[in-house]
Write a protein that binds this ligand. Structure first.
Ligand code: ZN
Length: 246
């Protein structure tokens, strides 16, 4: 199946769904990673242009570890808005990539970029199948609405610090070394996350979160997901089925 993992910044997909994506890639599915932003503000050392160049390279390297394609959506940090041009651009992306399953950011998360991506992708999955909806590319409208899933918010908490229970948890113990290696590609984030997020080591922090989510389902290491079941999005468990959970 064609699977699109789309989130706001370089490193979000790896932190929240890297193990699951590695599992899906190993099963032979075709994965594309999209970061809507190039991550240009995630540094205190480099200029925005340098930071963006470095981070896009890191994201492409991480995706390549599991044979996934990487693409930048065209936005910048803290400049993702749920507005008319952005929705058309996101819809064009969905029409070009033609995913059957889309995994995106949580609707409530610590940063507006994450929430805006969630809203944009949700509506783009709907609009991708409406031929009268004009987009900046020539890609034809889809004949389907993709199955849509949300990753956990960062730390599994919504923007007010309340736990967000997943619909299902994927056991990623076998893929964890790959997940670690994927996130380690984002070396530029080590200093940034230490200075700005107070994270001593972003890799061990990711491990702690993955252990916590896994433990909630009786696994050593896990990643949580929720399926968007709003009318008329597909409600069958396409992703769960691929992962042996349905
Ligand atoms: Zn992010």
């Amino acid at each position: 199946m064609r699977i699109l993992a789309i989130h706001a910044h370089p490193d979000d997909i790896e932190i929240l769904a890297g193990g699951t994506c590695a599992k899906l890639a190993a099963l032979g599915h075709e994965l594309t990673f999209v970061t809507m932003s190039d991550g240009d503000c995630g540094s205190r050392e480099y200029t925005p242009a340098e930071t963006a160049r470095i981070r896009k390279g890191e994201a492409a390297a991480a995706a390549a570890l599991i044979g996934a394609q990487y693409r930048w959506g065209g936005w910048h940090d803290l400049a993702i808005f749920n507005d008319d041009p952005s929705r058309r651009q996101t819809t064009g992306l969905i029409r070009e990539l033609r995913p059957e399953i889309v995994i995106t950011s949580a609707p409530s998360d610590y940063l507006a970029d994450h929430e805006m991506v969630s809203l944009l992708v949700r509506d783009a999955c709907f609009a991708a199948g409406a031929p009268n909806y004009q987009v900046p590319t020539a890609a034809p409208a889809l004949d389907w609405i993709p199955h849509l899933y949300f990753m956990d918010p960062i730390e599994g908490l919504d923007r007010e610090g309340r736990p967000v229970p997943p619909d299902f948890v994927v056991d990623v113990a076998s893929e964890f070394a790959t997940k670690w290696a994927m996130l380690a590609c984002h070396e530029s984030q080590r200093n940034w996350l230490k200075a700005h997020h107070g994270m001593d080591n972003y890799l061990t922090m990711m491990e702690a979160w993955t252990r916590q989510r896994g433990a909630s389902a009786g696994y050593e290491l896990g990643e949580g997901f929720r399926q968007y079941r709003g009318h008329p999005y597909p409600r069958t468990g396409a992703l769960q089925g691929l992962l042996g959970l349905a």
